[in-house]
Design a protein. Structure first.
Lengths: 537, 309
């Protein structure tokens, strides 16, 4: 009897437990049973964007893919990284300080409302406001009146920037605080996209269901599974979609995505994982995508440390020559990188041949330069890296190369993950060198020099500070035209080479692939697939 | 009995408070700032970082943050994710049913196949059947689950083409089959071995001999007398195993692209999404507690001598 009575309790408890799981399980919609996709759509392994889909709140590559499909800003870049007009008819200036932006006629948002000068100005004011917590808000810092909406501390004084003025329906002017000859290049970043009226009623809801003015129209976002967008028939721009839509599919691992590419459940993969890299070209044949893009990786000495405080740059040049870039990129890195020959990648405007042997492996000269420069203090260097990013192998190889060539001891200093690594860099706690990467925000040499080696740049974590270089950068910023500015920065790069604020190692390559169902898979300067050009076979 | 259950349920409250505090403080102690990390290696904006932290309450001292979290929890608010700005409750509600389905699937597989194998082998100790079961389970126990996962994926999905390599639709039980087998295989080995030993031992017990002497049919001897007594250690194991399966799903979910709890915790951990980690882990702790309560209650069913007052 006793047993039977307790059985009742157990049964009751099980029913409760099952009911609890069933509530969650049964509520999902019944459709979407097949792994297939709608006709004419293409799919790509783009995981869950970190943030809501608002242009100025997206700075990571996954969200950027979706934003680029949904929104079109005033300008964009062609495959070579040159500027071309998109939503803007023209972007003009006489003094690099006051810019006039004329928009093309007849453009609309996906909800049918027109794209006007006001939609741009309102959006930029909203993005820049510190209270709206937009991650890219500092991109508007060049505009006059920015400190009113985005003060260093305290509450903003107003909610408009004085530098933005609507002239007529499709024209507005932008006044900058200081002349920036290359400002129009920044405009290609998707942060400068306009927002429709509907946004301001419910910014939070908009982030889950965005309405843009780009080649694709938002369809659905099934969190952590996929985002679906459809080609928009009424799109006016040149980059009108050549397929019917895109599925951005989330995979937990690159290996899983690769398996799906092989079995035909996925059309494009952005990056093949290390496990499959040695064989992906055999697997995919001419469907493998291997292309360089505008990003660079290097090791940066920290100039606040005792070791590098007053170092003779010759020592750093010597260390640079002790690294066998050719062999390491070919073997350890499986051809996923190209050896660096300057401080800027070839895809950016203003990249130049520095005519130097500092980036060429030469153990003899390396030893000699280090000796001339007074040797490496302590005769031992550390390279800090994050252990969760797949950097360990090449850091070990670089160290090996330096040790063999010069006799300077070199050890990797692993931080468990990227957050910890960043924290040490921000707080000036790096011992000797740190691994640093930079992906182009806009394809201009300025972006790779000013943001990294200007003494007040936020990303200058080596705390490199040199008056001569600051002055040269300033000259570039004061130049009358874009061409002169690029030239001035090229001159500055030559001095950067003499001072060696960092040791560039290699440029990035994308190693991806596509399925047999799609064609015309091209890569832009940023290393992203140009999705609107992809065609379905 | 009712009072016993009530007491056990009440005991969960301090465990719940303790575990949330522990996990919360662990997340707090981890180096790295989730808001700063959003900017990655690109240029950063200190004023904006400070403002985002202020609006999320991340600038407050630790105990105050924990208090905010607890008070929110009692109002049904699990907090908000820092990056996605989604309610953590939604994130959990998305991930939990998937893992629950996978776990229950794996659990059923473990129970049905494991106990059957164990009984078959236990009734014929030291025969060829028994020896081959021992060899099979030894293999399952010694092979790490990620090796097994990739091996199964390679053979059954790519070489033989019987199943899909990845789970693209977590409601498709055909796709969940392979991950469930991989997930359940380790427990399966233990369950089969426990059952086998227990059955083989009890087979020689006095009460079984009595039952045989009484002339009871064999089906009744094995099905009622032998099984009921032999399953006690197995049930103990299964109860604690259900919680372990949920936690162990992390590896399997990664291999087969299942976007369940394991994946959610892993991602949240690497992004320092404190409230998500605390929420999910606390839920797993509660499931563990409920499972062990069920096990204790099941003892009474299996063994009439055990009573709870």
């Amino acid at each position: 009897m006793r047993g039977a009575k307790s059985a009742k309790w157990v049964a009751g408890a099980i029913v409760v437990a099952l009911a609890a799981t069933a509530c969650g399980g049964g509520s999902e919609d019944g459709g979407n049973k097949t792994a297939g996709q709608p006709d004419g759509y293409v799919s790509i392994d783009v995981g869950e964007p970190q943030k809501p889909l608002v242009p100025a709140d997206t700075n990571e590559s996954l969200g950027a893919y979706v934003i680029k499909a949904l929104f079109t800003g005033p300008v964009s870049y062609d495959a070579e990284g040159n500027l071309e007009m998109a939503n803007a008819e023209s972007v003009e200036t006489e003094d690099s300080k006051t810019w006039t932006i004329k928009l093309k006629q007849g453009w609309k948002f996906h909800d049918g409302t027109p794209v006007t000068a006001k939609t741009y100005v309102d959006a930029w004011n909203w993005y820049a406001n510190i209270k709206n917590n937009q991650q890219n808000s500092f991109w508007f810092a060049d505009i006059a009146g920015y400190e009113d909406v985005h003060p260093e501390s305290g509450d903003p004084k107003g909610d408009t920037m004085s530098g933005l003025k609507v002239v007529d329906e499709t024209t507005f002017t932008v006044e900058l605080t200081n002349p920036v000859p290359y400002w129009e290049y920044k405009l290609g970043y998707s942060t400068f996209a306009p927002l429709p009226e509907a946004f301001y009623k419910d910014p939070k809801g908009f982030g889950q269901k965005p309405v843009g003015n780009g080649p694709y129209k938002f369809e659905k976002w099934d969190h952590k599974k996929l985002i679906q967008v459809a080609a928009w028939d009424e799109y006016q721009g040149d980059n009108k979609a050549k397929n019917k839509g895109i599925l951005f599919k989330n995979y937990t691992t690159v290996e899983a995505a690769y398996q799906d590419l092989l079995s035909g459940n996925l059309d494009m993969i952005r990056q093949v994982g290390p496990k499959d890299l040695p064989k992906y070209k055999q697997d995919l044949g001419d469907r493998a995508v291997d292309a360089p893009y505008a990003a660079i990786q290097g090791i940066t000495p920290v100039f606040y440390s005792k070791q590098w405080k007053d170092i003779d740059p010759k020592v750093l040049q010597g260390l640079s020559m002790a690294i066998d870039r050719e062999t390491i990129t070919k073997t350890v890195l499986n051809g996923t990188r190209t050896p660096a020959k300057s401080f800027t990648p070839p895809q950016v405007n203003g990249n130049q041949d520095l005519d130097t042997d500092v980036f060429t492996y030469n153990p003899e000269k390396a030893k000699q330069l280090i000796k001339e420069g007074g040797g490496v203090p302590d005769n031992k260097i550390f390279i800090q890296f994050n252990a969760d990013g797949g950097h360990k192998e090449w850091v070990t190889a670089v160290c090996e190369s330096i040790r063999n060539a010069t006799g300077v001891d070199c050890v990797g200093d692993a931080k468990p993950d990227f957050q910890t690594d960043l924290e040490a860099r921000d707080n000036d706690q790096v011992k000797s060198f740190y691994r640093g990467g930079w992906v182009a925000d806009y394809p201009l040499n300025v972006n790779f020099l000013r943001e990294l080696y200007w003494s007040k740049a936020e990303a200058n974590n080596g705390r490199f500070s040199d008056e001569e270089i600051d002055k040269l950068f300033q000259q570039g910023d004061n130049a009358a035209t874009l061409e002169e500015s690029i030239k001035a920065y090229q001159e500055a790069e030559k001095v950067v080479l003499e001072k060696m604020p960092s040791i560039p190692l290699w440029y990035y390559r994308i190693n991806g692939g596509h399925s047999e169902n799609v064609d015309n898979v091209n890569v832009d300067f940023h290393g992203d697939f140009v999705l609107d050009e992809v065609t379905v076979k | 009995m009712g009072r016993y259950v009530a007491r056990r349920l009440l005991q969960m409250i301090p465990v719940f408070l303790g575990s949330t505090l522990l996990i919360f403080s662990m997340m707090y102690a981890l180096p790295g700032d989730p808001v700063r990390a959003l900017y990655g290696e690109q240029a950063i904006d200190q004023a904006q970082i400070a403002e985002i932290k202020r609006s999320l309450g991340l600038d407050k001292p630790f105990l105050l943050q924990y208090w905010d979290y607890l008070t929110g929890l009692f109002q049904g608010d699990f907090g908000t994710q820092i990056a996605s700005q989604q309610p953590v409750a939604d994130v959990i509600a998305d991930a939990f049913p998937i893992t629950a389905r996978l776990t229950i699937f794996a659990f059923l597989f473990t129970v049905v196949v494991g106990i059957t194998l164990g009984v078959v082998a236990g009734l014929r100790p030291d025969t060829l059947v028994d020896k081959s079961l021992l060899a099979l389970t030894l293999l399952l126990i010694s092979v790490p689950s990620f090796v097994l996962g990739y091996a199964f994926q390679y053979f059954f999905a790519f070489q033989l083409g019987w199943v899909d390599p990845n789970v693209n639709d977590p409601e498709n039980y055909g796709q969940l089959l392979l991950p469930a087998i991989v997930l359940g295989s380790l427990s399966l080995a233990y369950v089969a071995r426990l059952t086998r030993t227990s059955i083989a031992e009890n087979l020689r017990a006095d009460y079984v001999r009595t039952a045989v002497a009484k002339g009871l049919p064999r089906r009744r001897i094995v099905g009622v007398h032998l099984m009921r007594n032999s399953l006690i250690p197995v049930v103990t194991f299964l109860g604690s195993d259900l919680g372990a399966l949920m936690g162990g799903a992390v590896v399997t979910e990664g291999i087969f692209n299942v976007r369940g709890v394991g994946y959610t915790v892993y991602e949240a951990l690497s992004r320092r999404e404190g409230s998500t980690v605390v929420g999910v882990v606390t839920l797993i702790v509660i499931i563990y507690l409920v499972c062990s309560l069920l096990v204790d209650l099941l003892y009474a069913v299996l063994d009439p001598r055990i009573r709870y007052a």
